[in-house]
Design a protein around this ligand. Structure first.
Ligand code: PLP
Length: 394
């Protein structure tokens, strides 16, 4: 696809990365499961191996199926370059370790995904990297921490699991003044709802395992952004070895072709469900950035095109209510993960924040009665009826 700016995201999701010469005229990107790529001309092989000519050498470094997926996210995020990883956590850890060395400083928020929090709380400090975690949504505190000097600002918005919103543009401005790069985990929003690079971010990360794949049947991670920065992470990944295989790359790229359709439905259904839960007497709090009562609603409205398919809510009681309520739901998989065609639900204490202790979860404002609900593409009336019958049982 040569003229990407003229196409809508729906079209780009289908066509981007699919125009390279395909094997024997195949009308979809083939799964190239070859580990190595053979040459008859030794000079050509040498040119490709030394980066002087384009081509493929070894699939830990580059692979045609993976390259098609990388091109898709590059176009959808409006980035200069993109690379893929075995999982979302591989994308996050490779990115952090590429830029943060002993003595460097990272500023982030307390509410990142549990695995990312673990990086900040345990792994990075062990390498003498300074980590400053601010109250999520307290932009003044973040600005102060960034101005004290930092090398990398790491954001996730909306956050997992309480859907807090961070003003990307404002944080990117502060980071630029401090000479820091800005990395945003865009997993929850997807490029359909939000493009952090347009708001000033340097790099965007996805757990492609979630909405991009969309069917809970393949794992992957993606990084898109400035060419020089992506190259630096690519060189780290080449040796670190956290590359994506061709099979999951194909599954994720295939899922991405319907991303716009799925996200459209999930945005609409999540809004209906959030409003229904908000009015329900057995529900204590509803966390959804599309609700006008949500503290980050105005920022979300300014930086997102849709509010997403993730919401969370707490029941008016303790964990005993969660134990009664969740098994009564019929149209959910009670499972970790999110962003699938089927609705998924679970308590953060067994899903996103299982790595943390109850005290650490409490520090993050995650009550034990919280339920994370990832809205699927089922008809919203069926999901609403299902929630109602389960709420009636508690
Ligand atoms: N980022 C977010 C927001 C997530 O929710 C997750 C996983 O749940 C990850 C990153 C990690 O992705 P993966 O499980 O593909 O390693």
């Amino acid at each position: 696809m040569k003229t990407e700016p003229t196409y809508s995201k729906a079209t780009a999701a289908v066509w981007a990365g699919e125009d390279s010469p395909l094997f024997k005229g195949a009308a979809t990107t083939p799964i190239v499961n070859s580990v190595a790529f053979a040459y008859t001309d030794l000079n050509e092989w040498h040119s490709v191996a030394t980066g002087k000519a384009e081509g493929y050498i070894y699939s830990r470094n580059t692979n045609p199926t993976v390259a098609a997926l990388e091109e898709k996210i590059r176009v959808l995020e409006g980035a200069e370059a993109a690379i893929a990883f075995a999982t979302g956590m591989a994308a996050i850890s490779n990115t952090l370790f590429s830029f943060l060395k002993p003595g460097k400083r990272v500023v982030s928020v307390k509410d990142t995904y549990g695995g990312t929090s673990k990086m900040f709380l345990d792994f990075l400090p062990a390498y003498h990297i300074q980590v400053s975690l601010c109250e999520t949504g307290n932009h003044e505190e973040m600005e102060e921490e960034i101005a004290r000097g930092c090398d990398l600002v790491y954001l996730e918005t909306p956050t997992n699991p309480t859907l807090k919103i961070i003003d990307i543009r404002r944080m990117a401005l502060a980071a630029k003044q401090a000479g820091a790069i800005v990395v945003v985990d865009n997993t929850f929003a997807t490029p359909i709802n939000q493009n952090p690079i347009d708001l000033g971010a340097d790099l965007v990360i996805h757990s492609a395992t979630k909405y991009l794949c969309g069917h809970s049947d393949a794992m992957g991670g993606l990084l898109a952004g400035r060419k020089d920065l992506v190259k630096q992470v690519f060189e780290f990944r080449e040796i670190n070895g956290a590359s994506l295989q061709a099979d999951p790359a194909y599954m994720i790229a295939r899922g991405m072709k319907t991303l716009d359709l799925r996200i459209g439905r999930q945005n609409t259904s999540a809004m209906l469900i959030a409003k229904y839960l908000k009015a329900h007497p057995k529900v204590k709090d509803v966390f959804y950035p599309g609700l006008e009562t949500h503290p980050g609603h105005e920022i979300a409205k300014a930086q997102m095109r849709g509010f997403g398919g993730m919401l969370s809510f707490s029941l008016d009681g303790g964990y005993d209510l969660v134990e009664k309520f969740l098994p009564s739901l019929q149209l959910v998989h009670l499972a970790a993960s999110l962003g699938s065609v089927s609705t998924l639900a679970g308590p953060p204490r067994t899903t996103s924040h299982v790595e943390l202790t109850e005290e650490q979860r409490a520090m993050l404002g995650i009550p034990e009665s919280l339920i994370r609900y990832s809205v699927g593409i089922e008809h919203p009336d069926d999901l609403l009826n299902d929630l109602e019958q389960a709420l009636q049982k508690i």
